[in-house]
Structures are given as C-alpha cells and as structure tokens.
Design a protein around this ligand. Sequence first.
Ligand code: ADP
Ligand code: MG
Length: 254
Amino acid sequence: MSAPMVHAQGLRKRFGKLEVLKGIDLTVERGQVCCLLGPSGSGKSTFLRCINHLEKIDGGRLSVDGELVGYRQRGTQLHELREREVAERRRDIGMVFQRFNLFPHMTAVQNVMEAPVRVGGATPAAARADALRLLGRVGLGDRAGHYPAQLSGGQQQRVAIARALAMKPKLMLFDEPTSALDPELVGDVLDVMRQLAADGMTMVVVTHETGFAREVGDTAVFMDDGVVVEAGDPRQVLVEPRHERTRAFLSKVL
Ligand code: ADP
Ligand code: MG
C-alpha cells in the first residue's frame, strides 16, 4: 500500500487570532481528482498553500506523498526542513492560480521552459522541445512565440498549466483556475484539466464549476468556515448533499 498523495489529519492554521483551518481531515489518493468547494473565506486557498509549503502549519499533520510537509523524518526524529529542501519538495507540486501570473516579457514557450532551465538543470534545447510538446498538449502548439498580452485569458491559463507541467509534478493544485475567465473561455481550460485527469494526474481543484466536479472529480469536498462540512462522491455531495450548509451554497452557485 502506497501512502496517499495528500493526507491531512486535524490540520490547523491561524493568522494571528483568526483561525482559518480548524482541523481539516482530507485524503487524496494517487491518480485521484479532489474538487474543493466552499464560500469565499472558508480556507480553500490557505489549504492549498499549506499543501504547497507556502504556509506554516499550526497543528495536526499534513503529508504529501508520504512525507510530512515542513519536516524531514529520520527514524522517530523530525527535523524542520531547510529552505533549500522546501524548494526541492515544491518542485514536485504544480500550482495554477486564478490569475495566470505569466512572465509578460517572455513568449509562451519561454514561460514554459524557464523553470526547467533555471532550476531543473535542463539544457535550453531539451527544455524548449519539452515546452513545445506541452504547448501542443494544451492546444497551443501554434502560439509558442506569442507574448501573454497577445493571448486570451483562456490561452494564458493553458500556458500556465503547461508551465506547471514542465517540472513534471506528481501533484497539481488549481486555485479557481477559471474564475477570472470570460465564460466562453472556460471550456477550453476545463478540457485541458479533464485530459490531465484522464492521463492519471493527481489533482486538487478549487472550483465552483460543479459540472466539472461531478464529471471529473473522484471526490468533492465542501468546506465552510475552516472545516470540511461533507466529502464524498461528487454525484452525492453535489446532487444530494446531506448538510444544509452545502445545500445553501450549491443553490447559490448553480
Ligand atoms: P478561500 O480561498 O476559501 O476564499 P482563504 O483561504 O483565502 O479562503 O482565506 C480564509 C481566511 O483567511 C479569510 O478570512 C482570509 O481573509 C484569511 N487570510 C488568508 N490569508 C491570510 C493572511 N496571509 N493573513 C491574514 N489573513 C489571511
Ligand atoms: Mg481562495
């Protein structure tokens, strides 16, 4: 039995006096897609940031691929990770944000090959070949030489996905990847994510696209006010929720 890709047990996170995650229990198995839903301020982004080593955890346990986030285990001893070790672990995790955050002065292919060359030790020629292959995979093979400003929001977001994939992550985190897009551009981005899921990528996706969650998600998790209210088969959680809070939320987004 291999460890789950993401395993949170009683995970707590506070900002000063504000407790944002109040004991999150959540498991994402390898190859699964977990869709995270919940009102604004419920702690979804903070949870993703904890998984990606961007926040220090205040309580409970969180592991990614069997390794405790923030710590290295030697026998029974735990050592806090050094900055360099955190950076190494983060390379295995791809993250895509609501805002695409592409480098504006670089073309699509330069954006995608940047990290493999700068931190991954790839040669520019190999990184470029790989980047062109990835741009093809997200449907942008003919846009490699375009700058972000010459691309639509949906195209920029697909470049951002290709850029995250360039480091060959074992886990992809998506934080409302389609929320900033014009409605007619959402479909292409969701199609790329659907294909990625079909290829076996493990994904945690914060999204209010309930159709996507039902169709692609292996689990749906509804969060509210720093707790998991309910989690399970998306066709149950999103269609016949057990909790009033879930029902009230869904009636607003649907
Ligand atoms: P969601 O993504 O579900 O909208 P967030 O995780 O972004 O929720 O935020 C949860 C709560 O934590 C909010 O009340 C937010 O204002 C607060 N918060 C998030 N990041 C910080 C921070 N760096 N410092 C202080 N408060 C924060
Ligand atoms: Mg958020």
